[in-house]
Write a protein that binds this ligand. Sequence first.
Ligand SMILES: O=C(O)CCC(=O)C(=O)O
Length: 337
Amino acid sequence: MPSTPVSSRVPIVSAVLRSMQDAFSLAKKPKVEVEVSVRDASSHSTYPFPVPQLPPSVADALGFAPAVEGKAIHDQPDLDLLYFQPYIAKDIEKDLFEFLRQELFFYRVEYRIKRGSVETQITTPRYTTVFGVDETSRFSSTDGSVLDSKTNKPVPKDRYKAQPRPLPGCLDALRIVTEGSTSETYNFCLVNYYANGSDSISYHSDDERFLGPNPAIASFSLGAKRDFLMKHKPAPPSATNPPEEGKPLKLPLASGDMILMRGPTQSNWLHSIPKRKGGESEKGRINITFRKAITRGGTDNYYNYNVGTGGVFRWNPEREEMMPWSPTVHTEETELA
Ligand SMILES: O=C(O)CCC(=O)C(=O)O
């Protein structure tokens, strides 16, 4: 595929929202004017296939997000959350979910971990994909190549273990709106797809050093409602009078909801999406997180665990499941159609 930059080849038209405003002068003014291309898809040498721009109806409505104000939750030690129920309005969350599930490429990453002398092969229990690069680099707006943030020169080939991928326009539009409403900036977008209730993420915290102290993480839910559990990290064994381990905090995240985790939350709390049997969990759920990595280690880590070295998966609308994708299969299908 030709290496075409994500942004520069796109005729940027922010007119969709502006013309709506002009036409309906009484209509609510969008909080953020999302720049959307009405034509071209985003492509890049690292993408297995191009990713279309958001449907105009979704892009227009995103400009009015968040749908409601966030509710602050800080009634427990070291917890600082802002919970939007929902952030993405009810009239577009389904379309956005269907669009992203159909148009993004995903991976089912396998990796090995060593506990003592025992090595175990792990298959990540969900589909993942990632876009972005840490603060030491940026993407050229003309050819999508990776430039050093300070010198603006191409980075040495060995700076990263995997080639970083710029955010496609559809996710960048959501990033811009999110930055506006959280007063934070983000350079990474991680996407999880939980195909059913067997897909999960176990208790962890996003407290890696490459995110810096007190990182802000904006986490969106689309599709099936799933429980998001949070519990305080255990006190160190040396602690006198450690707090009793209470019931985890349970947030039943619905489609369109966004939870901003910030301040001391990641250093002190763990979060998870546990496996669930039956009900709504059997339908798919997408989670999108925006984060800011400040060092190169973040880029290596995120591509290692969210893209890996295995094959590409894409949603198959006929079979209604993620299927391995390859350019050959795609061509044959197209020829048969
Ligand atoms: O799916 C979610 O809501 C949580 C995802 C998450 O914790 C992560 O990607 O680190």
